[in-house]
Every structure is written in structure tokens, then in C-alpha cells.
Design a protein around this ligand. Structure first.
Ligand SMILES: Nc1nc2c(c(=O)[nH]1)N[C@H]1C(S)=C(S)[C@@H](COP(=O)(O)OP(=O)(O)OC[C@H]3O[C@@H](n4cnc5c(=O)[nH]c(N)nc54)[C@H](O)[C@@H]3O)O[C@H]1N2
Ligand SMILES: Nc1nc2c(c(=O)[nH]1)N[C@H]1C(S)=C(S)[C@@H](COP(=O)(O)OP(=O)(O)OC[C@H]3O[C@@H](n4cnc5c(=O)[nH]c(N)nc54)[C@H](O)[C@@H]3O)O[C@H]1N2
Ligand code: SF4
Ligand SMILES: [Mo]
Length: 877
């Protein structure tokens, strides 16, 4: 599958988060890829986090969708494409263009996105194209447009390094934008940047915080309202470049500080830090956007920066960090139901006409299409009869996901383009289309700082996979639109898009890259990362520093905001569940889940819950909890920690029906949306929690894949095999038979039993090799996971069924540094016995934290804890 025989690195871009790091991918003789950070890429200057570092482990063919499928059977491309074109065409003829829809993704390349949008808005003639960015960036988009008159991120990454103070609000930057976090942490080391984290949880990001404000969930608007009032009191605000300052201030002054749940002292420290530092950047993410008042939260932040003029100049400004690799590109290209390409507006007749003329399009919708949640409602009630899902997994990522599953199951015609065969969504498809994945795709992405970079192919497509833009164009041509979709290369799509941006620029749009309108293949292939706008009257690289905005008056719009809190908890649903991400996994894990290195950090869906709550509920550490809402329930491992605030447990989003019995947290969430942006409130769901009354707990490793049927299970990938956490509500009659079923092995295992303590241990050995092990206990299984996992790659030794390393060998414990494979026990021992005082010391001694740096906040925490323990230990003699 190698395309480039010579081992010259290909310059490309990481396909995960919106930092958009440059990657050098080099072919290895064994067919794999060696991955390094691109030292010349301005997003990362050579750094990569652990997910980026592990890209080479995720490119294999295992699990990939190899061929088109129709109704579950293998099909030829022509047959599948004909069918899609026929069914979409027929539905449009019989029921009109609004009876069809596309639901696409911020993980598509700009060229893919451009084609999908052109097909739906220009040729099918409906605006029913929306994207998973609705769940992600929509409130930022709406807030930007309300304040600035356009969806524009004003600043650059270097602003975080140039600032004197950086506020991280609703952002776990350490885990979700690790390389940007590392840039900030390095700047802080160099010149003492003050860092404020505003988050109800204590996250890894708090490791570099001078101030952590544990606000009451949802109270961010109130907090920034009070800040605005305080800034005015201190004479920092100026109405010169904005409209509506007086009204905004009146609302701000009326805000009740009690909503936020902070001490007067903490509030004053926040106000002092914010007001005393001119060079201030406020970074925000899903703790802001994913709320039923998300747009207001965004505007509360923008208000403070606009009124103080701290925007669009070096080291200052509000900064919405994007989640997905091309969330920003999708916004630029018009991938959302309420926008046209190049930041043009669907409701504006001049804009519509211009785009229609440019495309020579038969018809254009006059009104916005359905936003994600409404789109699935329309599918549910049959208004939408044909749907094409591309590069997203709504059956697990949309709120009230079981309802989404039912809507898809009831839809007349569902097409899904994906790179993997089995997801919670692909199982509901009538037609499955195999797409090329990272390493195979060719195009561009835009990162959080508006920087456009190339993703370049280094591998030939797996199986019969085709590029998403090509699949879309093939269907469009089959629907009769030959000329408009006749491209042969992505460079031609990019050039067309760049030309359209010139037209948009003349209509006043900020997005203008028309200097590339005549770009040919060689220049496209050689294109280096650049920040837009690169053409037109607006001068980059920052926006609004001169006090002019993209509104008709040229003035910024302050918004008067009345803070609201999420719906209160009730006696029946007494906890407010927060959801989000873990360090080493990406969304539904279709890619990161295949890399053993990335499964070591967190291998199971869990519930982070405060010790007081756990005690009230009778939840022991490492037991299991059932979390329920009227919509559904999940079973999660209990992680008792004061990182969670009382009443506010947290669960990660990554587990789906593919890797857990019931770990899909969106089975719980409700489709409450922000009325302005349509973004769902995914961070606050009222839930009830009860212990899961397990009769037994189990842990298994196996060389072959494991097919558990227990009441509770969660699987993960290991080097050389697989693991499963298990639990059951009833005891099986025969453990040997149960083990044989679990592993699909017929031989008789070695067995160790202690019936008094409910302990059963089975070891399946063949040809002197360990094939599989199952540990069962009445209590949560306390065996060393890392030791058992090691047994798959090493020879079996006598310690196997003892469940811990032989004498003299230490159990490594839970993995902290995934790159070097170093566990918590080894770190603690080294820190205490070698008196290691800094993360760099640990790096020198063990190699931990010295590679990608993703684990540095956690190592720092261990050093701090060791120091605290030492301080509390009386010195004898
Ligand atoms: N490792 C990893 N990185 C990723 C991703 C991934 O899947 N894995 N996904 C990417 C994507 S698409 C996105 S959108 C980003 C998301 O990046 P982030 O937004 O940083 O991540 P989240 O964990 O979703 O949520 C951030 C924080 O918001 C806090 N929060 C919840 N409610 C409130 C509130 O009311 N107020 C405040 N102030 N904070 C609150 C949560 O406790 C959480 O710590 O990450 C990107 N990066
Ligand atoms: N409760 C809760 N829910 C959330 C969130 C939360 O914080 N809490 N966060 C929300 C946010 S911010 C986001 S962004 C979403 C993410 O949610 P999703 O977008 O649904 O999650 P992914 O797992 O990234 O889905 C991407 C799919 O595209 C496939 N894929 C990868 N590359 C390609 C490609 O090149 N082409 C095609 N055709 N397919 C490809 C993958 O295999 C995978 O199946 O989740 C949202 N849901
Ligand atoms: S920070 Fe990590 S996940 Fe994000 S782009 Fe960079 S390497 Fe990829
Ligand atoms: Mo996202």
C-alpha cells in the first residue's frame, strides 16, 4: 500500500483536534508510518501530543470498511452510487428538496465540505445540510455574528504566549488541545503568565492555574456580566467603538453574584487579575458552547473584551478554540444550515444571488435549513425521507441518542459514508460507502487560528475506499449535474472555492483567499500553512484591533444579557451530569481505540463523583453505578474523587455500543438547545444514580477479540490482544463454560478457585503460550491490569494466576505516560526515592513526560502530592 517508495517524510496535518499540528509522516520498510511533529509548522513547531504521536498505530486495515454495502451485502461502487442518486432524486421529485438532508462533519476536509454544500444548497436546492459542529461550535458562531457581524476568531495562538494573563473558561486545554496547552505552559515558565481556569471540575488544566474558579455549572454569563460591571467601575470600558454599552452595563450591574457560587475573595482575585492585565486572552470551549445559554455565555465574554478594547492586538482577545480538525473550515465553507459559503448569509438576497450566479446553480434556498436536533426530529416524523451521514456518528454523539437510533431505523433511506465498518450509526444504514481516511486523503483544513494547512496522502486507499469529495461529486453527476461537479483533483475544488471567496470579499465578507483562485496542482501540493484573509481589503492577521467590526455600522455590538442557570435538579433526578473528553481518546474511538498505547490511560467508561456523593449513594471506589434519566441508562465504573464538585459528577463521551455494554452517555442527555444557535446543552443533564448490584466482577485479557455478554462489559485494545472489564448481576452456573464462551476457546483452562471469597481464575494456554485469562471476584477485581497485559507479549510465568508480578518486580500500575508506557506506581517510587522535584527531572530519570508531553500535568500532580505527603510525614530521629 506504499505510494512513495523513498523514505522522505510527507508534510501533513494531524486529523484530531483543532490545534491543527503539522506532522511529518515517513514510510517504514515494514509498511508502517513513522510520525514526528513538523518543526516548521507554525501551530506546533515540532510538538505533538500522544494522539498525534500514535497516528502510525491507527492506519491499519483492521476494522476498516472495505467496499460499498447495500442492505448489509457487499456491492460494487456503480451500483451503490446509482442507488443513492436514484433514491435522492426520486425523493426530491416526489416530496420536494426539503425531504432530503445531509448530516456532515467538522472532520471532513474543506474540499469535501465544499462539494457537499454546493450539492445541497445550489443543486438540490435545500439548506438541509448541517454538521456535528452544531454540537460543538454553533454557539461561538452565533455569538461572533451577534457581536462582530461575522463569524471571525480575532486572534492567533501566539497571543496566548504574548499575554500576561490567560483565562481558560469551560476548556480542559491540557487534554483537549494539548499542544496549545504546552505552548501556554512554556510561556508561563518563561515569563510568569498568570493562568485562570474557570470550570466546575478540577481538571488536568488546573495544574498550571494561579486561580481555579469552581463556578456553579452554567453561571458563566453571570460571572462575565459582573466582570463587565467591575471593569466599568474601574474606568476600563469605552463606548467609542461599540453600540449598546449602556444597556449591557445595566444588565451587568443587575446580576446577582450569588448565582455563581464563588466567595467574594475569589471574585475579587479574578477581577483584579482580569482588570490589571491589559494583555489578556480569554480562551473558551465546550463548557461555554454546549449550554442552553451558550450564545449568551459567548457574548458575555466578548462584551468584556470589546468594551475594554482588549481585542485583536498582540496578546489580547477572546479566543474560541475549535474542537475538530476542520471545524473552522466547515464554518468558512458554509457547512452549516444557516450559512452560505465564504461567510455569506443565506437570508441576504444579494449574497444568494452572487453564489447562485457563481455556481450557475438552478436554485438556492431562501431560508436556513434544519439544524441538527430539528433535522433528526424531521427524520423522526417523516418530513425528511432520505439522509446522507458523512464522517460523524450521531447514534452516539447526538443528545437523546436512543431517539436518534429510532429515527434512523424508521427513515426510508439512510446512507452512511465512514472509514470503519462497525459503528453505532453504520449499523443503521441502508447503504454504506467506504471513505478514505487520514493518511489517504488529500485536501485542506483550517485550525482554530484560521490557519489553512494541507493534509497530504501518504498511503494508498484501503480496500475500495474513495475520497469523500469524489463520492459526493459522483452522486451529483449521476443526478444530472455534470459540469458543476466535474473536478478531477482536489486542487480544482480549492481553486473554485478561492475564486468564490473573492466574490464574497467584494460583498464585504472577511473570508477572502482569492489570491489562490488560479492555483494549480503543483502549487496546491506545495502550499505552506497560511492564515486567512490572504487577499482583499481586510488586513490580517488579527481582526478588530482598530475598533472596526464587520457590522453595517462598523461598530461592535454589545449584548445586554440576563443570566439564566440550567433547569434545577429535582428529587427524582438529583445530580447534574457533566460530560466531556479524556486525554488519549477521540470521540467514538473508531481510530484512537485501535492504538494500544492510547487505551492505557483510561480503558473503561467511568463516573467521576465527589466522595460525599459516593458515600450517600453507597458507591464504593471501583464499584459500578447505574446512571439514569427518563430517556435511558448507562453503567459506569465509579471513580471517587474531589475533582468532581458535590452534586456534579462527570462522565466521558467516548464509549459506544461497540466497546461497552452501556457506556453511551448520550443515551442520558436531553435535546435541550440554545434557541439562538441550536446547540444542545450537553454539559448538564439531570440524572439519578444508584449502585449497580454486581454479584461478580471480572477482568479478562485475550490474544483474540473478546465477545462479552455479561450485564456489564467494556473492551479495549492491548499490544498483542484485547482486554475486557466485566460484571454480572447473576452468577453463571459454570465458570469454565462461561470462560470458553467469552474467548471462543474450547480447551480446558488452568483454574484457581477460592469459593469462600468468590474468587475464580482461569488461564487458557496453548503451545506454551498464554491465550487468555479471566479473573473473577466478588469485589471489584484488584489484579494488576498492566501485569496481565504484559503476559500477552511476554512468556507465561508462574506468577500468572497470582495476578501480580513475581517477587522483585514492581507492578507498574495505571499508565500515566502512554508514550514510554510508564505507570503511576513506577512514577511515585521514582519521585519519592530519587527526590525528583520537576517534570523535567522525571523525564531525565525515567523518560516519562519527555516525548509528547500530554502527561506532564499528571506527573506534575504526582510531584505535588509526593511533596505534600513528605511534608506531612514526621521526620524521625
Ligand atoms: N483528547 C481529546 N481531545 C479532543 C477531543 C477528544 O475527543 N479527545 N475532541 C475535540 C473536540 S471536537 C472538542 S469540541 C474539544 C472540546 O474541548 P473542551 O471543551 O476543552 O473539552 P470538554 O471535556 O468537552 O469540556 C471542557 C470543560 O468544560 C467544563 N464545563 C462543564 N460545564 C461548565 C460550565 O457550566 N461552565 C464552565 N466554565 N465549564 C464547564 C467541563 O467540566 C470540562 O472540563 O476537544 C477537542 N479535543
Ligand atoms: N454528551 C456529549 N456529547 C457530545 C459532546 C460532549 O461534550 N458531550 N461533544 C460533541 C462534540 S463537540 C462533537 S464534535 C461530537 C463528535 O461526535 P462524532 O462526530 O459523532 O464523533 P466521531 O467519533 O468523531 O465520528 C466521526 C466518524 O467519522 C468517521 N471518519 C473518520 N474520518 C473520516 C473521513 O475522512 N471520512 C468519513 N466519511 N468518515 C470518517 C469515524 O470513523 C467516525 O465514525 O460529539 C458531540 N457529542
Ligand atoms: S494537539 Fe494533539 S490531537 Fe491536537 S492537532 Fe496536535 S497532535 Fe493532533
Ligand atoms: Mo467538537
Amino acid at each position: 500500500m506504499t505510494m512513495h517508495a523513498a523514505a522522505r517524510p510527507v508534510r501533513t496535518t494531524c486529523p484530531y483536534c483543532g490545534v491543527g499540528c503539522g506532522v511529518l509522516a515517513t514510510h517504514q520498510p515494514d509498511g508502517g508510518l513513522a510520525i514526528q511533529g513538523d518543526p516548521d509548522h507554525p501551530a506546533n513547531f515540532g510538538r505533538l501530543c500522544v494522539k498525534g504521536m500514535a497516528l502510525g498505530e491507527t492506519i491499519g486495515p483492521a476494522g476498516r470498511l472495505m467496499t460499498p454495502q447495500i442492505g448489509g451485502r457487499r456491492a460494487e461502487w456503480d451500483e451503490a452510487l446509482d442507488l443513492v442518486a436514484h433514491r435522492f432524486g426520486k425523493t426530491i421529485r416526489e416530496h420536494g428538496p426539503d425531504a432530503v438532508a445531509f448530516y456532515v462533519s467538522g472532520q471532513l476536509l474543506t474540499e469535501d465540505y465544499y462539494v457537499a454544500n454546493k450539492l445541497m444548497k445550489g443543486f438540490i436546492g435545500s439548506a438541509n445540510i448541517d454538521t456535528n459542529s452544531r454540537l460543538c461550535m454553533a454557539s461561538s458562531v452565533a455569538g461572533h455574528r451577534r457581536a462582530f457581524g461575522s463569524d471571525t476568531v480575532p486572534g492567533l495562538y501566539e497571543d496566548l504566549e504574548q499575554a500576561d494573563c490567560v483565562v481558560l473558561v469551560g476548556s480542559n486545554l491540557a487534554w483537549c488541545h494539548p499542544v496549545l496547552f504546552q505552548r501556554l505552559a512554556a510561556a508561563r515558565e518563561a515569563h510568569g503568565t498568570k493562568v485562570i481556569v474557570i470550570d466546575p471540575r478540577r481538571t488536568a488544566t488546573c495544574q498550571i492555574a494561579d486561580l481555579h474558579l469552581r463556578v456553579r455549572p452554567g453561571s458563566d454569563t453571570a460571572l462575565f456580566n459582573l466582570l463587565l460591571a467591575e471593569a466599568a467601575r474601574r474606568g476600563l470600558t469605552d463606548g467609542g467603538c461599540v453600540d449598546g454599552l449602556d444597556d449591557a452595563l445595566a444588565s451587568a450591574r443587575a446580576t446577582d453574584a450569588a448565582m455563581i457560587g464563588l466567595s467574594a475573595d475569589d471574585l475579587r482575585r479574578f477581577f483584579d487579575l482580569w482588570c490589571d492585565n491589559d494583555k489578556i486572552v480569554t480562551v473558551y470551549s465546550q463548557g461555554i458552547n454546549q449550554s442552553d445559554s451558550g450564545t449568551d455565555k459567548v457574548n458575555a465574554i466578548l462584551n468584556c473584551h470589546m468594551a475594554t478594547g482588549r481585542i485583536g492586538r498582540p496578546g489580547m482577545g477572546p479566543f474560541s478554540v475549535t474542537g475538530q480538525p476542520n471545524a473552522m473550515g466547515g464554518r468558512e465553507v458554509g457547512g452549516m444550515a444557516n450559512m452560505l459559503a465564504c461567510h455569506l448569509e443565506i437570508e441576504n438576497p444579494d449574497h444568494r444571488q452572487a453564489v447562485q450566479g457563481f455556481w450557475n446553480a438552478p436554485m438556492m434556498p431562501k431560508a436556513p435549513g434544519l439544524k441538527a436536533v430539528d433535522m433528526f426530529r424531521a427524520i423522526e416524523d417523516g418530513r425528511i425521507k432520505a439522509l446522507w451521514i458523512i464522517g460523524t456518528n450521531p447514534a452516539m454523539s447526538m443528545p437523546d441518542a436512543d431517539r436518534i437510533v429510532r429515527a434512523l431505523a424508521g427513515c426510508d433511506f439512510v446512507v452512511v459514508s465512514d472509514i470503519v465498518a462497525r459503528t453505532d450509526t453504520t449499523r443503521l444504514a441502508d447503504v454504506l460507502l467506504p471513505a478514505t481516511g487520514w493518511g489517504e486523503k488529500d485536501g485542506t483544513v483550517t485550525n482554530s487560528e484560521r490557519r489553512i494547512s494541507r493534509q497530504r496522502p501518504t498511503l494508498a486507499p484501503v480496500g475500495q475506499a474513495r475520497d469523500d469529495w469524489r463520492i459526493l461529486a459522483d452522486v451529483a453527476r449521476r443526478m444530472g449535474w455534470h459540469d458543476a461537479f466535474g473536478w478531477s483533483y482536489p486542487s480544482q475544488i480549492f481553486a473554485e472555492y478561492a475564486a468564490l471567496s473573492g466574490l464574497a470579499g467584494r460583498l464585504g465578507s472577511d473570508f477572502d483567499i482569492s489570491d489562490r483562485a488560479a492555483i494549480g496542482r503543483p502549487d496546491y501540493d506545495a502550499m505552506t500553512p497560511f492564515v486567512w484573509p490572504s487577499a482583499g481589503p481586510r488586513q490580517g492577521p488579527r481582526f478588530f484591533g482598530d475598533g472596526t467590526y464587520h457590522t453595517p455600522t462598523g461598530r461592535g455590538r454589545m449584548v445586554a444579557l440576563a443570566p439564566r442557570l440550567p433547569q434545577p435538579v429535582t428529587p427524582a433526578l438529583p445530580f447534574r451530569l457533566n460530560t466531556g473528553r479524556v486525554r488519549d481518546q477521540w470521540h467514538s474511538m473508531t481510530r484512537t481505540g485501535t492504538a494500544p498505547r492510547l487505551s492505557r490511560h483510561m480503558a473503561e467508561p467511568y463516573l467521576e463523583i465527589h466522595p460525599g456523593d459516593a458515600e450517600c449513594l453507597g458507591l464504593a471506589p471501583a464499584s459500578l453505578a447505574r446512571v439514569s434519566t427518563p430517556r435511558g441508562e448507562v453503567v459506569l465504573r465509579v471513580l471517587v474523587t474531589d475533582r468532581a464538585a458535590p452534586g456534579h459528577p462527570f462522565a466521558p463521551i467516548h464509549w459506544s455500543d461497540q466497546n461497552a455494554a452501556s457506556g453511551r452517555v448520550n443515551g442520558l442527555t436531553e435535546a435541550i438547545v440554545d434557541t439562538l444557535s441550536g446547540q444542545p446543552a450537553l454539559k448538564s443533564t439531570n440524572v439519578s444514580i444508584t449502585p449497580f448490584a454486581a454479584r461478580w466482577y471480572g477482568f479478562a485479557v485475550s490474544r483474540q477479540s473478546i465477545r462479552p455478554t455479561a450485564d456489564y462489559w467494556a473492551t479495549a485494545t492491548l499490544t498483542g490482544g484485547h482486554q475486557a472489564e466485566l460484571a454480572g448481576l447473576t452468577l453463571p452456573d459454570d465458570w469454565v463454560a462461561a470462560g470458553q464462551r467469552l474467548f471462543g476457546i474450547a480447551t480446558t483452562p488452568m483454574i484457581v478457585r477460592d469459593d469462600r471469597r468468590g474468587i475464580v481464575r482461569l488461564g487458557f494456554v496453548a503451545d506454551d503460550r498464554l491465550m487468555a485469562v479471566l479473573f473473577v471476584s466478588e469485589e471489584p477485581v484488584a489484579v494488576s491490569r498492566s501485569h496481565l497485559a504484559q503476559c500477552l507479549v511476554q512468556d507465561v510465568d508462574a506468577s500468572l494466576l497470582a495476578g501480580r508480578p513475581a517477587m522483585g518486580r514492581q507492578d507498574d500500575g495505571a499508565t500515566v505516560c502512554a508514550c514510554a508506557g510508564i505507570g503511576i506506581n513506577r512514577l511515585i517510587t521514582a519521585i519519592t526515592t530519587q527526590n525528583l522535584l520537576s517534570v523535567d527531572d522525571v523525564g531525565k530519570a525515567l523518560g516519562a513526560g519527555a516525548n509528547c508531553g500530554s502527561c506532564r500535568p499528571e506527573i506534575k500532580a504526582l510531584i505535588v502530592q509526593a511533596g505534600a505527603r513528605a511534608a506531612l510525614t514526621p521526620v524521625s530521629g
